[in-house]
Design a protein around this ligand. Sequence first.
Ligand code: DP6
Length: 345
Amino acid sequence: MSIHVAKWRSPSNIALVKYWGKHANQIPANPSLSFTLNECYTETEVTFSPKQSSSEFDFEVLLDGKLEESFKPKIEKFFKTIVHKAGFLKEYHISIKTHNSFPHSSGIASSASGMSALALCLLTLKSRLEEKEQTNFLQKASEWARLGSGSASRSVYGGLVQWGESANSPSSNDQYATPFQGEVHEVFKTFKDYVLLVEVGSKSVSSTAGHGLMNNHPFAKKRFEQAHKNLAKLESILESGNLEAFGNLVESEALTLHAMMMTSQPYFILMKPNTVKIIDLVWQFRKETNTPLYFTLDAGANVHLLFPASAENEVKTFVESELKGYLRDGRYIKDSVGEGAIELK
Ligand code: DP6
């Protein structure tokens, strides 16, 4: 039995219209749309070698060269969901070596970049073992990534990416993400995202648990309807380049996401005092300077600053002079819209 290796780099992404709530089999309760990032990525190398134990899945996960037991349950669950299409998972010893470009426990979700990198590696290995190219490779990789983590489905493509069925776009799909099909104004093609690290370490409530709390949530139905409407609105904003309307929509999406958390049962708060302080300073700065600077949040305390490339100098000065003091060790990542996953040789 020979040894097979595949290696991919897959980026993280930041949702503008948020996925929050899902049905069985990782089917999203509403469509979402994200920017793929560039600097925040995971590199994963998967090696298949002769099986060493009789366990169903004989695998190990190494983060920066060290065994990482905490990653195993989510990966094992993922293997179980795809094994009917990937029987080879039971036949090999699988070594998963992974590295994140962003600082360890920075609070940046690694599941989108991590699961998409893993899905891409496994699909590449499937092609090698079967000695045939996969048709619709990226579509299949996105589908596998979704089964590992919903947001990971969007990370295989660059630019603006949509996942989940929506009325306006015939190619949209619950099973896999697709590159956004609408017209996109130039300003959004080089958009910036500075990721401000407010809180390091793991979150008190995982995204997966948070999604679960949308079942029987008193406001779920309205929220899912709103996401559909916001997606339709965002489609025309992306075409027109109306930054004010863009900012209004993405900030509202971010705060609605956190409002859903605060009104879940049990309720929880992932924002920290410095998250709110930064939001307040962003609003103040925008009012005083008219700079088109907006924020969004993922399921955590960190703040993503979104702005056009033309505003970068002003924003840099603002972050350095006004916001740095509210960040963990003054740390932030200067990111921007990226090109999507790439295979590494
Ligand atoms: C708030 O994709 O991490 O970032 O499917 O359970 O792995 P699982 O959840 P995950 O949820 C991401 C939630 C979000 C919004 C988004 O990325 O759309």
